[in-house]
Ligand binder design. Structure first.
Ligand SMILES: *[C@@H]1O[C@H](CO)[C@@H](O)[C@H](O)[C@H]1NC(C)=O
Length: 286
């Protein structure tokens, strides 16, 4: 076999290998646009395509989905900023693009902490411009050591937030009690990293240590399933037999209870200091 031929075969083989890898993993840049900042798309040592978002004193970074969704299931694997991450906030969220005063938004915000101290997962919902539905959790693993899967399911019945397929929060559609719920404006998915040492760190008391910068978080394996509101689809459809749009089954209810008992560190529905005797309506239904 001639040298040229061997060389050709080798490069063909490399080409097929790359093709196979990209077909298996999917190309993130088909689905996501880098928005600004110091963001990189690269293949890591194991051949997995990854987006890194980096924060320093001068730069925040973000990406967003090319598509918008009206009801969806979004999955993303994230590895958070390691070491001293206090003051940094890494986010995965969905948001509408219409008038701000009527905007809808589903938030997962990972609040950094000092080295060895636990991250906080801050969750919130805005519907028709109204937010203030915060719940916060600690995680049962070190989210900086490896990738973990974070999921937002948004359908007609409820919004569900899962961590490694464990249900941590359910926000029910209580429109029938006039509690705002996102039902008619499409949302786009965003990931970002920014500095929030004015509020995230014990009310701003701990400041970001810029000598530790740059701070980098990693995202991979973006999966999005659009769920047309009028149509049944296996994961989100109104008439499907799948639990996503049904009452929660026993396993899922148990997961919620377990997380509430062991990992929930703040719940606006029990914050009587903040609301006095006027807890939001959705907190007192049932
Ligand atoms: C870091 O974690 C500790 C322990 O959970 C918590 O008390 C503290 O408020 C956190 N610090 C910051 C800066 O968020």
């Amino acid at each position: 076999m001639g040298q040229a031929r061997a060389h050709l075969l080798a490069s063909l083989w490399a080409f097929y290998l790359i093709l196979a890898i990209s077909m298996v993993t999917g190309d993130l840049t088909n689905d996501l646009d880098i928005l600004w900042g110091n963001s990189k798309v690269f293949y890591d040592n194991s051949g997995k395509q990854t987006i890194s978002l980096t924060l320093d004193r001068w730069t925040t970074s973000a990406f967003r989905s090319k598509s918008t969704y009206l009801f969806s299931r979004i999955d993303m694997d994230i590895k958070l900023v390691a070491g001293d991450s206090a003051g940094t906030v890494t986010t995965l969220y969905m948001i509408t693009e219409g008038l701000w005063q009527f905007h809808d938004e589903i938030d997962l915000e990972f609040l950094g902490n000092s080295t060895g101290e636990p991250y906080t997962l801050h969750t919130n919902l805005y519907a028709r411009g109204k937010g203030g539905r915060e719940k916060r959790y600690k995680l049962w693993f070190d989210p900086t050591a490896d990738f973990h899967t974070y999921t937002i399911i948004w359908n007609q019945r409820n919004i569900l937030i899962l961590v490694d397929d464990k249900l941590i929060r359910q926000i029910k559609n209580n429109l029938m009690y006039s509690v705002p719920y996102p039902t008619y404006q499409p949302m786009r998915v965003y990931g970002s990293i920014w500095n929030a040492d004015d509020w995230a760190t014990m009310g701003g008391r701990v400041k970001t240590d810029w000598s530790q910068a740059p701070f980098t978080a990693y995202f991979r394996n973006y999966r999005a399933i659009a769920c047309p509101p009028q149509q049944s689809s296996p994961l989100c459809g109104q008439s499907s037999g799948n639990w996503f749009n049904q009452e929660l089954d026993v396993t899922r209810k148990q997961q919620l209870q377990e997380v509430d008992a062991n990992y929930k560190i703040y719940d606006y529905c029990t914050d009587t200091k903040r609301f006095k005797d006027n807890l939001p309506k959705e907190c007192t239904i049932n």
